[in-house]
Design a protein around this ligand. Structure first.
Ligand SMILES: Nc1ncnc2c1ncn2[C@@H]1O[C@H](COP(=O)(O)OP(=O)(O)OP(=O)(O)O)[C@@H](O)[C@H]1O
Length: 278
């Protein structure tokens, strides 16, 4: 079981039970994770006999070539700081993590309104669309992947240079997995975590978990604020597009079709751009 601590969570109860029923009782079971659980109740679900534990480290560690930092900003300024950093580090490949499917979609739309090649990946997209998004990012057709924690584990995309935690992970172990999407196999990478006035406790838990105090990511606030007007405009269009897409999604769901994604809602975007002229 890869990412075993996650798979042994009760939200996968049905699937794991189904699999355990059909595989041989006599077997070797290997459990892997960067954040293996110590909870006996969870491990019991894997029906282990004479278990042996092998660990690289007894504490949760991130790799040395990963440059980690944080940004302490008011919640309302998250988007404008994101745009500033994406501009500042342009030319790199980014994974930006959000806490909800809706925010993932919104941020992707906003960035696209600013001319950036962003693509969303979240659990409300069909498997085909998730794979499509992933392939576009993998083939460097898109340089910014905006994702929920559906992309925080297991993805091996060597060219990811920067991981941005736009929304701080609520489970601090997810931090380890998210930032592990960069600086893989000896490469270097950056991880920047946005901390708002509401996230201080969660952030302290992360620092405690990794056993490190991280430096502040330095920004020129005056320069950041110069972007405010453009970002506000892009946010406004993103909101309109979201409303429009949700309306269409509902109509489609009634017809039994898939929910829409950002790529398709570009048509809506064009429509708004046309309207803007009048
Ligand atoms: N011994 C090795 N030498 C060089 N490269 C390696 C070696 N082992 C693995 N790699 C490469 O490192 C990358 C990461 O490997 P892999 O995806 O197996 O890691 P992982 O521990 O499962 O990561 P995670 O669970 O965080 O997704 C892959 O591209 C793989 O080809």
């Amino acid at each position: 079981m890869d990412e075993a601590d996650r798979i042994l969570n009760m939200d996968f109860e049905e699937e794991v039970d189904k699999i355990l029923k059909v595989i041989p009782r006599e077997r070797n079971t290997y459990l892997y994770s960067a954040t293996m659980t110590k909870k006996v109740a969870k491990l019991q679900r894997a029906s282990l006999r004479d278990p042996v534990k092998v660990e690289v480290s007894s504490k949760y560690q991130t790799v040395d070539k990963l440059q980690q930092s944080y940004l302490f900003i008011p919640l309302k300024h998250k988007d404008v700081f994101l745009v500033y950093i994406l501009n500042e580090l342009a030319g790199n490949s980014f994974m930006v993590f959000c806490s909800t499917c809706a925010n993932t979609q919104r941020v992707a739309l906003m960035l696209r309104n600013l001319g950036m090649t962003a693509i969303p990946l979240h659990g409300q997209l069909s498997q085909a669309k998730r794979l499509g998004a992933l392939n576009k990012f993998k083939s460097k057709n898109r340089s910014i992947l905006i994702a929920t924690d559906v992309a925080s584990r297991g993805l091996d995309i060597p060219h990811v240079d920067v991981v941005i935690n736009l929304d701080i992970p609520t489970h601090s172990k997810d931090y380890i997995h998210r930032v592990g999407r960069t600086a893989r196999a000896g490469r270097s990478g950056k991880a920047i975590t946005f901390v708002s006035q509401y996230d201080v406790e969660l952030y302290q838990r992360i620092e405690h978990l990794i056993g490190k105090k991280l430096p502040l990511y330095k920004t020129e606030e005056q320069e950041v604020m110069l972007l405010m007007e453009r970002v506000t405009e892009a946010q406004r269009f993103a909101k309109l597009e979201m409303n429009e897409t949700m309306g269409r999604g509902k109509k489609r769901q009634n017809k039994g079709d898939d929910a829409d994604d950002t790529e398709e809602s570009l048509g809506v975007q064009k429509k708004f751009r046309k309207k803007k002229k009048y």
